[in-house]
Design a protein around this ligand. Structure first.
Ligand SMILES: *[C@@H]1O[C@H](CO)[C@@H](O)[C@H](O)[C@H]1NC(C)=O
Ligand SMILES: *[C@@H]1O[C@H](CO)[C@@H](O)[C@H](O)[C@H]1NC(C)=O
Ligand SMILES: *[C@@H]1O[C@H](CO)[C@@H](O)[C@H](O)[C@H]1NC(C)=O
Length: 379
C-alpha cells in the first residue's frame, strides 16, 4: 500500500506531480515544452475517453531519459521502500512504473505526427514499396552522439573498408531543423529491407516506427524497456543483434535475410502487425487506464488538491499553442467518450509462465547466436 509519505518521497526526483480528481491539477518543475505538457495532454484525453472511470489519484511523474528509482537505493539493498514514480522506461535495476511516452500524441519539434496518424502513413508507405524492391541493406538514421552503442554502430557503415551491409546515416540536426525535419519523414524511411534499432541514452521512441516498416528489424539488444517492448519475440517479430559484435552480427542477419527472403519478410510483417494491432491508440489508452486504476487502489489516503496546484484543461491546452503544436493537439484529441468499456485486465502471469516466456526469448536468441557461430567455423 502507498501512504502519502511514500508518494511525497519522490518529490526531489520526479518532474511533475499530478492530481486527478474531477479536474486535473499540476505542480511541475520540469521545463521541457514537449514531454511533460504532452504527457499531461495524453492523460486528459484518457479522461475524455473514459469519463468518470478514472479514480481520484495523485502521482509523481519523471520526464527524463533514464529511470530514477534505482533498486540499489531502496528495498533491494535493505533500504527504504521505494516511492512510486511513473516514467517512460525502466530496466532490470529500477522500479520506475512504465507509462506511454509523449510521442503517441506527436512530437512537434521533430515534426513527428501523433501516432494514430503516423501509423496510417506507415501502412501507406509499406504499400508503396514492396519488400523485394527495397534496398537489400540494413538502415539506420539518427543522432549518433547519444550513447555508446550508437557510436559503436557507426563503425559498421559500409564506407569503412569492409562492407558490413549496413547503411548508417547521422541526422544533421542543424540542417534538418532549417528544413523543418522534412527529411525525417518516417514513412519514407521504409525503403530498406532491414532496419536497425539501437538505444540512445535509454529507450528510443523510434522503436515503433522502425518495427512498423514491414522490413525485418535488427534490434541491438536493448537495456531499457518501455510499456510494450518486452512482449516482442526474437526471430519472430525481429532479429536479435549481438550487442558485443554488432557489425558481424548485422552482416550475418542481412545475408541470412537475402538468402531466406520469405522468412525475412515474415519476420518483418510479424513485427509490423504486432505494432499496428497492439499499439492501436485504444489499447494505449487501455494500458494507461489499467495502470492508473491499479495504482489508485493502492493509495491509503484520499488525494487532495494542494494550494500551489494549477488546473489544466483541454481547451486552454489547445488555445495556448500555435502551428504544428496546435494541429497535433487537435488531431490527437479524443473527440467523444468511448462507447465501450476498457478491455479487461488480463490476469497476471503465473510465475512459472513468466519464467517460461523469458526462457523462450532466451532460447530464440541463442538459436540465432548458434547460426552465427556455425557460420564462423565454416569460413
Ligand atoms: C556511411 O556511408 C555513407 C556512404 O559512403 C555515407 O554517405 C554516410 O555519411 C556514412 N555515415 C556516417 C555516419 O559516416
Ligand atoms: C547465403 O548464401 C550464400 C550463397 O549460397 C552463402 O555463401 C552464405 O553463407 C549464406 N549466408 C547465410 C547467412 O545464410
Ligand atoms: C529452452 O531450451 C532448453 C534447452 O534446449 C529446453 O530444455 C527448454 O525447454 C527450452 N525452454 C523453452 C521455454 O522453450
Amino acid at each position: 500500500m502507498i501512504d502519502r509519505h511514500r508518494t511525497n518521497g519522490a518529490q526531489s526526483t520526479a518532474a511533475f506531480f499530478l492530481v486527478i480528481l474531477i479536474i486535473v491539477a499540476l505542480i511541475t518543475h520540469w521545463i521541457d515544452v514537449t514531454r511533460d505538457v504532452v504527457t499531461i495532454w495524453g492523460i486528459l484525453q484518457l479522461l475524455r475517453l473514459y469519463p468518470g472511470r478514472i479514480p481520484d489519484l495523485d502521482l509523481m511523474f519523471e520526464c527524463g531519459d533514464k529511470p530514477v528509482i534505482t533498486k540499489h537505493d531502496f528495498r533491494a539493498n535493505g533500504g527504504p521502500t521505494p516511492p512510486p514514480v511513473f516514467h517512460y522506461c525502466g530496466d532490470e535495476s529500477s522500479y520506475d512504473i512504465v507509462f506511454p511516452d509523449w510521442s503517441f500524441w506527436g512530437w512537434p519539434e521533430l515534426n513527428i505526427k501523433p501516432w494514430e496518424e503516423l501509423k496510417e502513413d506507415l501502412k501507406e508507405g509499406n504499400r508503396r514499396i514492396k519488400w523485394e524492391e527495397r534496398q537489400p541493406y540494413a538502415y539506420w538514421k539518427g543522432n549518433i552522439f547519444l550513447g555508446a552503442a550508437r557510436h559503436d554502430l557507426v563503425r559498421c557503415n559500409a564506407s569503412d573498408g569492409e562492407d558490413w551491409q549496413a547503411r548508417i546515416f547521422k541526422t544533421d540536426w542543424y540542417q534538418e531543423k532549417r528544413q523543418g525535419f522534412n527529411n525525417a519523414n518516417l514513412a519514407s524511411q521504409c525503403n530498406y529491407r532491414y532496419k536497425i534499432y539501437v538505444e540512445g541514452v535509454s529507450w528510443s521512441v523510434s522503436e515503433k516506427y522502425i518495427l512498423a516498416c514491414d522490413s525485418m528489424s535488427l534490434i541491438i539488444k536493448p537495456r531499457y524497456y518501455d510499456f510494450f517492448s518486452r512482449s516482442l519475440l526474437p526471430s519472430i517479430h525481429y532479429w536479435p543483434v549481438n550487442e558485443h559484435d554488432k557489425c558481424r552480427s548485422i552482416k550475418f542477419a542481412v545475408e541470412w535475410g537475402n538468402n531466406y527472403t520469405k522468412k525475412a519478410q515474415e519476420i518483418g510483417r510479424a513485427g509490423s502487425k504486432f505494432i499496428q494491432e497492439n499499439l492501436e491508440m485504444e489499447h494505449v489508452y487501455d494500458y494507461m487506464f489499467h495502470v492508473l486504476t491499479e495504482y489508485a487502489k493502492l493509495l491509503k489516503y484520499k488525494p487532495t488538491v494542494p494550494k500551489e496546484a494549477v488546473e489544466v484543461c483541454p481547451e486552454t491546452s489547445i488555445c495556448s499553442v500555435k502551428g504544428s503544436r496546435k494541429r497535433f493537439r487537435i488531431h490527437s484529441m479524443v473527440k467523444s467518450p468511448s462507447d465501450s468499456l476498457p478491455c479487461n485486465l488480463p490476469p497476471a502471469y503465473e510465475p512459472a509462465a513468466l519464467r517460461d516466456f523469458l526462457e523462450k526469448k532466451e532460447n530464440l536468441t541463442k538459436q540465432v547466436r548458434l547460426w552465427e557461430e556455425s557460420r564462423k567455423f565454416r569460413k
